[in-house]
Design a protein around this ligand. Structure first.
Ligand SMILES: NC(=O)c1ccc[n+]([C@@H]2O[C@H](COP(=O)([O-])OP(=O)(O)OC[C@H]3O[C@@H](n4cnc5c(N)ncnc54)[C@H](OP(=O)(O)O)[C@@H]3O)[C@@H](O)[C@H]2O)c1
Length: 226
């Protein structure tokens, strides 16, 4: 049995894929990598499961294949540079369906697997765009409906902390920085290299303890105001 089992939601590309890659270098780790399109990771420490955040049946079917996890990293999200004043009802609903309902569906479905072990860490890859304080007069990065959904995702982290703290859970929201992924490159070409962000995120995941929960930090360890 590996020392640590981590489930990474949204591991097909970008930050999630790199988190899987970095975790898989340690022989004590087993990683379950969620993807929407079946993918082979060609690494005996990495098993993949097919999961679409927007589809409860798909999330529940994936959970039946995963009996135990120490750490759940919910990385998958949608994001674009839109403004609230020009966002349709349908687009706003899509943001909330994926970026808020998705993480909640995942936690609900994988709760038995988290309870099967003692570590019980739940990590949401958030964004400084979801910080109420940091968004006041913000002039760079995504804002608009993405920010609304990331702010609600942060509140989900707090609500999960409130409901799970007596079961020994640790809840962490991490801002990965501005990263040169498909999503990050929409804002221009100055994002940091993906490995640097993933390494920082994993340091925060490793470092956080139950007494810190709920915590919102950036990839470099600096605390962010909710
Ligand atoms: N990049 C940045 O600068 C930045 C800054 C702040 C926060 N973040 C956050 O960091 C996280 C990762 O972002 P990224 O830049 O790596 O994004 P990305 O390159 O756009 O990758 C997004 C990932 O999410 C998955 N995904 C999207 N919708 C999904 C769904 N319905 N079900 C399952 N998986 C789904 C994608 O899978 P498919 O390949 O199947 O589409 C992909 O693996 C996100 O939470 C994002 O909000 C990023």
């Amino acid at each position: 049995m590996p020392e640590s089992i981590t489930l990474v939601i949204g591991a097909s590309r970008g930050i999630g894929q790199e988190i899987v890659h970095q975790l898989s270098k340690d022989p004590n780790n087993q990683i379950i990598a969620s993807v929407r399109t079946p993918t082979e990771f060609n690494n005996p420490r990495v098993k993949s499961v097919v999961l679409d955040l927007g589809d409860r049946k798909s999330v529940e079917a994936a959970a039946t294949q995963v009996p135990e996890i120490d750490t759940l990293i919910i990385n998958a999200a949608i994001g674009d540079g839109e403004k609230v004043l020009t966002t349709s009802d349908e687009r706003l609903a899509e943001y909330f369906h994926i970026n808020v309902g998705g993480p909640l569906r995942v936690v609900q479905a994988f709760l038995p697997a988290l309870l099967a072990r003692q570590t019980r860490k739940i990590v949401l890859i958030s964004s400084s765009s979801g910080s109420l304080v940091e968004q006041i007069n913000a002039s760079s990065g995504f804002s608009g409906p993405y920010s609304l959904s990331k702010g609600a995702g942060n509140m989900l982290v707090i609500q999960l902390h409130n409901e799970l703290r007596h079961e020994g859970f640790t809840l962490l929201a991490v801002h990965p920085g501005w990263v040169a992924t498909d999503m990050g490159n929409i804002s221009g070409s100055g994002g940091m290299p993906i490995p640097k962000s993933a390494q920082g995120v994993l340091q925060q995941v490793e470092r956080v303890e139950k007494k810190d929960s709920p915590l919102f930090v950036a990839w470099d360890g600096s605390v962010i105001q909710w």
